[in-house]
Design a protein around this ligand. Structure first.
Ligand SMILES: Nc1ncnc2c1ncn2[C@@H]1O[C@H](COP(=O)(O)OP(=O)(O)O)[C@@H](O)[C@H]1O
Ligand SMILES: [Mg+2]
Length: 297
């Protein structure tokens, strides 16, 4: 598999703020790669460096194994922050202007309009578009020169559930057409739904990277004790129990996916058993991610 992007020790400091701190990661051909992190974790700054609009403080990155050049960047389409379109011009006319600026053939316009499902509305003025349609037009514009890689920064921000579903569907369609996608998002749910691989950022540091299947992995372990004779049997009778071990005078319960300490506590309580000790020893990855994402700055 070919490496589309490799990043080594990429760092960006704004004065004292370490926006991105020694980032290392790789994106392979055909991946839908999610950069997941709470607001302020350094996603937009990273994408800005990758697109050549922000200068790194230190570190390096290679697109397709080569030093980034403007020439090379033509193979990358990006939707960063707020794209600028003329409100009184139609979607079609706006794309024509963008195609001229990007020096790519006007013939691509019908195809990209079709891809983002705006063909029927192409002759309406941009200012009459919904937020979701505006975002779709931005994606269409990024696809005009048939890039190998598409970069999206928080593609569903501010959209209603319907708009969100449409954008996600379009992302899947673009991925299925063979393009590599890099997507920044603060939503675990979004990354889980559209990405194949992901990295999680926390205050400019990468704290995890791997295939998206990892999210559900890593069972939770709960340490429990209660003053009943047959606790071992009781614990095995809980539907969320995968296994029970007795260690140092307490019971270690490995939970099945989706079950947590509080579920076990409720189960015991319903059986009139009061736990004298109940501690979650190891959290599931998903829980760890949700905690990181809930952090505010
Ligand atoms: N131009 C800038 N000047 C100063 N600080 C900045 C600038 N851009 C971003 N930052 C800071 O860098 C950190 C990361 O921001 P950002 O990359 O926008 O995070 P994210 O996209 O994950 O929300 C934040 O603390 C932000 O305030
Ligand atoms: Mg951002």
């Amino acid at each position: 598999m070919a490496t589309v992007l490799s990043i080594q020790n990429l760092t960006k400091h704004f004065g004292k703020i370490k926006a991105v701190n020694g980032l290392n990661l790789e994106v392979q051909t055909g991946q839908v790669f999610g950069m997941l992190g709470p607001n302020g974790s350094g996603k937009t700054t990273t994408l800005g460096m990758l697109m050549g609009v922000t200068n790194p403080t230190s570190g390096s990155f290679y697109w397709f194994g080569e030093e980034p050049t403007p020439q090379l960047r033509r193979k990358i389409g990006a939707v960063l922050e707020h794209p600028i379109f003329y409100p009184y011009l139609s979607g079609q006319r706006n794309l024509e202007l963008n195609a001229m600026i990007k020096q790519c053939p006007q013939e691509n316009i019908p195809h990209v309009l079709e891809l983002v499902e705006l063909t029927e509305r192409k002759d309406d003025k941009y200012k009459t578009y919904s937020l979701g349609m505006k975002q779709r037009l931005a994606i269409a514009s990024a696809l005009l020169n048939d890039p190998t890689v598409l970069i999206l920064d928080e593609p569903t921000n501010g959209l209603d559930p319907m708009g969100i579903a449409e954008i996600r569907e379009i992302i899947r369609k673009i991925a299925a057409s063979g393009k590599t996608i890099i997507l920044a998002s603060h939503l675990l749910d979004e990354v889980q739904k559209v990405c194949t691989h992901f990295a999680i950022l926390k205050r400019g540091n990468m704290v995890h990277t791997g295939p998206i299947g990892d999210v559900g992995a890593g069972a939770e372990t709960v340490e429990v004790n209660a003053e009943v004779e047959n606790l071992n049997e009781v614990l095995l009778g809980f539907s969320g129990t995968a296994s029970v071990n007795r260690e140092n005078g307490v019971y270690q319960v490995t939970m099945r996916d989706g079950f947590h300490g509080k579920d076990l506590n409720r189960f015991l309580f319903d059986k009139n058993i009061v736990a004298t000790h109940l501690v979650t020893r190891k959290k599931s990855l998903e829980k760890q991610f949700l905690e990181i994402l809930a952090e505010s700055h």
